[in-house]
Design a protein around this ligand. Sequence first.
Ligand code: CAA
Length: 290
Amino acid sequence: MAKQYITSIGIIGAGLMGRGIAQVSISSGYNTLLIDVDDSVLEDAKTEIHTRLDHEVEKERMTLDQIADAKALLDLSNDLQDGIGHVDLFIECVPENIALKQNILTDIHTKKECIIASNTSSISIDKLASKTDRPDLIIGMHFFNPAPVMKLVEIIIGDKTSQQVINTITHLAKEFGKDPIHVQDFPGFASSRLGVALGLEAIRMVEQGVASVEDIDKAMTLGYRHPMGPLELTDYIGLDTRLKIAEYLQSTGISPSFEIPNLLREMVNEGKLGRKSGRGFYEWKEGKKL
Ligand code: CAA
């Protein structure tokens, strides 16, 4: 039986999302083991989390004692096995690659009966669960970047996900201070299906010369009150990440909206990945748009 109330969480993958979720998890009082194969990524994640927690004190949203407690709840490991021994639940945040995610899920379930929540942006939860013999313990828990700031958690319910697992993850999302929605396991769920369609259309508009990058973005920020335009957001998320999600959505055949513009492929091939590489639709330095 999986534990209903969770005290200790393993987060697999210390990239952009994994480290943001780890910050949320320790700030909410959970023992958190952040796991990544790359020690330098782990150290970088820890430094970033500490800096962001210090900022919470500057902004008087947390006290020095609270951030000291939060920092003490964070452990790092380069070995998934450490998590198997210690945590009640895993949140999987590795890149959008079905085989990679399936291997991690099956590896855990051959050694431990526990809930595994995938932070996938688009991959079917049923597909991810199909290789483990406990599909009832698999669920989607989709966070948004930057995870400490964004209020939404999209909970994706697979065909075989148990009601107890849905309840546990809904409770956890609320403990994390998030406002969860429940979505059935359709490609792209509720958020990515809309967000990616808008992003791809904006790129097609650049290709067709409809307006400048800045003006297409302004159409959405000033005209629709989006906090960022779709091209800036594509830079922010990463063009490579967007392309991977779009390729998956296109392969499902759910909608012609996911046809991939050549410009997106070209930019990824040229290493223009957005914020993370310093160049995308905009120029970026130290995480800020120039
Ligand atoms: N981690 C933690 N906090 C962060 C952060 C990060 N990575 N990035 C920014 N913040 C915080 C800043 O510290 C700042 O906090 P303070 O008020 O304490 O100073 C706050 O966010 C606002 O930041 P800024 O003042 O620098 O800039 P802003 O007001 O323009 O807000 C933004 C930045 C929150 C990112 C805002 O532009 C925004 O909401 N953009 C849209 C983001 C979005 O759509 N995300 C979803 C992407 S889709 C996704 O993630 C799903 C997927 O599967 C790919």
